[in-house]
Ligand binder design. Structure first.
Ligand code: 5GP
Ligand code: ZN
Length: 111
């Protein structure tokens, strides 16, 4: 989708530190990390939020857990948090589904 930062990263128009890619996901380093390891697993099709997922998309997205397992291990984090924001009040900045994988230090409470 035009003017979507993550679509541009996926198609190579904007550079990123890519650490993994397959047919469904790309995993990059977050440009503003909040912890020593802060990765973004981005679902390739442009879907804004979980509320916008089709059945086919949500079925395809189950593979996310395999991707998370692989990249967390490869980046040396055994304990980590996954954060996924949907919509304005959650603080979602980029309206293209993505999962933050955050670790490498003791994390504070949620909220
Ligand atoms: P959200 O608030 O939408 O859940 O998270 C968006 C994340 O994308 C933020 O943590 C922000 O730092 C990251 N981000 C925004 N633009 C870019 C970019 O151009 N490159 C990378 N690598 N991360 C970005
Ligand atoms: Zn997009």
């Amino acid at each position: 989708m035009e003017n979507c930062v993550f679509c541009k990263i996926i198609n190579g128009e904007i550079p990123s530190e890519k650490i993994y890619e397959d047919d469904d996901f790309i995993v990059i380093k977050d440009i503003r990390p909040v912890a020593p390891v802060h990765l973004l697993a981005i679902y390739k099709p442009h879907v804004a939020t979980i509320n916008d997922l089709s059945i086919e998309d949500s079925q395809r997205m189950w593979r996310l857990f395999e991707v998370v397992k692989k990249v967390s291990k490869e980046n040396g984090i055994e304990s980590y948090r996954i954060v996924q924001n949907n919509g304005k009040d959650s603080g979602q900045e980029v309206h293209h589904i993505h999962f933050h994988i955050i670790g490498g230090r003791k994390l504070g409470p949620l909220g």
